[in-house]
Write a protein that binds this ligand. Structure first.
Ligand code: AMP
Length: 217
């Protein structure tokens, strides 16, 4: 049966870092709507042109656009065994659409819980490689050489939406539109909350412990 993991949590909770690491561990593809949209903006595709203004101000891209992206992505063969979602779904309409797409898949929702002050601190210090997408944090996981990616030598940059005023708006949008999904998934009995404070490895171990429980279930 197809296994699907959904990462929920405020911006900067560590969803991207943890979900991509878990994707390597389990051998399932990592699907980040944020990455797909940023790539489209970078390449000025029709999708990127539609999404750019929403993203710049920290708002959500309209549901029908994002749902369309995921419908296409799930058709790929690499998703047959399972996949890991980061940043999708973000609204109840997206969650309902995803349920229809997944049918009888085994779904587990992992909520990474991090307080607001920590969210602002983490996002403003986040740097991303413009070439391979690797994520750094200037305090907790800095690159060996300033501004340069350890993995591929690419340039590191601060995402437009990681500026403080935009982070605060993203948090507001998260609370209004995404946080209700916690209730939605809790009711279905598939939500697990994990403490997102501490080092990347500590959080990773907590998540793996939860995932192992699913394997034994
Ligand atoms: P992320 O990298 O997940 O923080 O996403 C960055 C930005 O992309 C968000 O602030 C939204 O503007 C847009 N975005 C990513 N995923 C979604 C989604 N599921 N629904 C709507 N907008 C999204």
């Amino acid at each position: 049966m197809r296994k699907v993991f959904i990462f929920l949590g405020p911006p900067g909770a560590g969803k991207g870092t943890q979900a991509s690491s878990l994707s390597r561990h389990l051998g399932f593809p990592y699907i980040s709507t944020g990455d797909i949209l940023r790539e489209a903006v970078k390449n000025s595709t029709p999708l990127g042109k539609k999404a750019e203004e929403f993203m710049k101000r920290g708002d959500l891209v309209p549901d029908e656009i994002v749902i369309g992206i995921i419908e296409e992505r799930l058709k790929s063969k690499d998703c047959l065994q399972g996949c890991i979602f980061d940043g999708f779904p973000r609204t109840t309409a997206q969650a309902i659409a995803l349920e229809k797409m997944l049918g009888d898949a085994l779904v587990k929702v992992l909520f990474i819980d991090v307080p607001d002050e920590e969210v602002v601190r983490r996002n403003s210090k986040r740097r991303v490689c413009s070439s391979c997408g690797r994520i750094y944090h200037l305090e907790t996981s800095p690159p060996l050489k300033d501004g340069i990616c350890d993995s591929c030598g690419g340039q590191l940059y601060l995402r437009d939406d990681d500026r403080e005023e935009v982070i605060r708006e993203r948090l507001r949008v998260y609370r209004e539109k995404t946080a209700p999904l916690l209730h939605f998934y809790k009711e279905k009995g598939i939500l697990t909350a994990v403490n997102g404070e501490g080092s990347i490895d500590e959080v990773r171990s907590r998540l793996l412990a939860e995932i192992e429980k699913l394997d034994k279930a």
